[in-house]
Design a protein around this ligand. Structure first.
Ligand SMILES: [Zn+2]
Length: 159
């Protein structure tokens, strides 16, 4: 399967997340379901976070908005891919940050090649974690919003 071509075809978060899952399945043989995606206003240095023990992935709405203005479409999707992959690995039980970053790079390089924007995004991040202080400051500004149709059973993808 040509992951680079598939990424070009992705139209939304759900499409990109399906591709993330296929890459993880292929590289690590692991899989899980039941995740929810939310958008929220996080500090700009944070791409996303996965509150441990929940089924949620929270993407940084503010950062994504800015990047969608600054980046080309493919780079933007590459960024989303690497961020969702990172959080998905956390949700599979990988808690060590260094290990997760290493795996993200490995999985991207294996499936997209070393020179693809996805692999570049895997190296550049942003991978700063939310600190306790950040969490305290979030408050009402966060404006959490659930992304519909994020995870679906898509029969085209059943092998
Ligand atoms: Zn992390």
């Amino acid at each position: 399967m040509d992951f680079a071509a598939e990424l070009e075809k992705c139209k939304n978060y759900g499409d990109i997340f399906s591709l993330v899952k296929k890459a993880v399945k292929k590289s690590l043989g692991e899989h899980r379901v039941g995740l929810m995606l939310l958008l929220g206003n996080l500090p700009m240095k944070v791409g996303a976070f996965h509150p441990i023990g929940t089924n949620d992935i929270v993407l940084n709405r503010r950062l994504l908005k800015r990047l969608s203005r600054e980046k080309r479409r493919l780079e933007w999707k590459a960024f989303i891919f690497s961020i969702l992959l990172h959080e998905y690995l956390h949700s599979l039980g990988y808690v060590d940050e260094r290990e997760v970053r290493g795996l993200v790079y490995q999985i991207c390089a294996e499936n997209f090649g070393r020179d693809h924007p996805v692999t570049e995004a895997a190296l550049t991040g942003p991978w700063t974690n939310l600190s306790e202080e950040d969490l305290m400051e979030l408050g009402e500004d966060l404006e959490l919003e659930l992304v519909k149709d994020f995870e679906r059973t898509n029969h085209r993808y059943i092998i």
